[in-house]
Ligand binder design. Structure first.
Ligand code: NAP
Length: 334
């Protein structure tokens, strides 16, 4: 069996290499999966470019999720059986035909559950579910702002906020994406390349979901009203910061905050990092994934799949994600 190794930082064409892998045994609380496909996430692009601190030393197998059949189970595993088709969160190691992961990070799905949609539910929808329902605890009818709303996590946030009848402001970077988010149910789509969201939005918000960072974060925080929460869960604009000084400028552009300010204005800032949740609270990850599979089966959410690429098209898929050409989930089939 094979895996894709990240061997060098840089453009997709020079970064990856397909190699044969050794099939290890699963531990007592783990499962081994023969994968049908794996998903791409924006963090994979950051890892490839050498901008992701959590990435293991190279050569490394990156990737956060896979769908496949369980071929081995540890003695203590209760939630999964041999032969089950599962969605699994992988915490690196996803770009592989044979994957070992904790059973608590996997959820059983039906054999006919569409592959791309299943991949979307793993990292992107789980992040959105955690951010919306556990971190922000969105309530009926709240006013929310979702940045990069046409992306994988962005689409998930729109669909989950719609479940609570939120009034949704969403930003995206092209006319095609604006049309898409409007169709997804965003009430006020804003093309941030043409208009500044902070002047376009004329009322105070309850929640801002921010995966962009820098001055976007600072402006979002200012838009919050009393009781407002801002959920930082990414910093995509770090891609644009080059040398040490522009990185410093980028860090400072988030703004400077003090707890007394949070008290006086009654605002909150709640960071989300699903790797930490997977490590320290895997039962929370399982809870989010279970609920998402149920919502998908009930047709209450419907992940948008941009494209399922073949393994030979991995470079093309990575480049499309980096160049902001994708809408929704990107998956790679073995
Ligand atoms: N904290 C966590 O645990 C966690 C988990 C999953 C994802 N994330 C974060 O969530 C965000 C979305 O992830 P995703 O996998 O769903 O990706 P995605 O949203 O499908 O793709 C990234 C999108 O970000 C927007 N973007 C804004 N500034 C960008 C820049 N400088 N360079 C490239 N893209 C930029 C682009 O949309 P526009 O064309 O509309 O600008 C692009 O399409 C990422 O920042 C990711 O790191 C965090």
């Amino acid at each position: 069996m094979k895996a894709i190794y990240l061997i060098k930082n840089g453009k997709a064409e020079i970064a990856f290499e397909k190699r044969e892998i050794e099939l290890k045994e699963s531990g007592k609380d783990e499962i081994a999966i023969e994968a049908e496909a794996f998903g791409l996430n924006f963090a994979d692009v950051l890892a490839r470019l050498g901008l992701y601190k959590e990435c293991p030393p190279l050569p490394a197998i990156i990737g956060y999720e896979a769908v496949g059949k369980v071929v081995k189970i540890g003695a203590q595993v209760k939630n999964i059986a041999l032969g089950d088709r599962v969605i699994a969160f992988t915490r690196f190691g996803g770009y592989s035909q044979y994957i070992i992961t904790k059973a608590v990070a996997a959820v059983k799905i039906d054999n006919d559950f569409p592959l791309g949609k299943a991949l979307a539910l793993a990292t992107q929808y789980t992040t959105a579910y955690y951010a919306a329902f556990l971190a922000a605890n969105i309530r009926e009818g709240e006013k929310v702002l979702i940045h990069a709303a046409a992306g994988g996590v962005g689409t998930a946030l729109i669909q989950l906020c719609k479940l609570k009848n939120c009034k949704i402001y969403g930003t995206a970077g092209s006319d095609e994406k604006i049309e898409y988010i409007k169709n997804q149910g965003v009430d006020f789509p804003i093309n941030y390349r043409q208009k500044d969201f902070s002047t376009e939005i004329s009322e105070k918000l309850d929640v801002v979901f921010d995966s962009i960072g820098g001055s976007t974060f600072k402006k979002g925080y200012k838009l919050l009203g009393s009781g407002g929460r801002i959920i930082p869960y990414g910093a995509a604009t770090q891609l644009d910061a080059g040398n040490f000084f522009s990185k410093l400028k980028f860090a400072l552009s988030f703004g400077i905050y003090h707890p007394v300010g949070f008290i006086m204005q009654s605002k909150a800032m709640i960071g989300v990092n699903m790797l930490r949740i997977a490590d320290d609270k895997p039962e929370v990850l399982q809870y989010c994934m279970q609920n998402l599979v149920k919502l998908a089966q009930e047709n209450k959410i419907n992940p948008k799949v941009f494209k399922m690429y073949s393994i030979d098209e991995l470079n093309e898929a990575h480049t499309a994600l980096e160049n902001r050409e994708t809408i929704g989930k990107v998956g790679i089939k073995w």
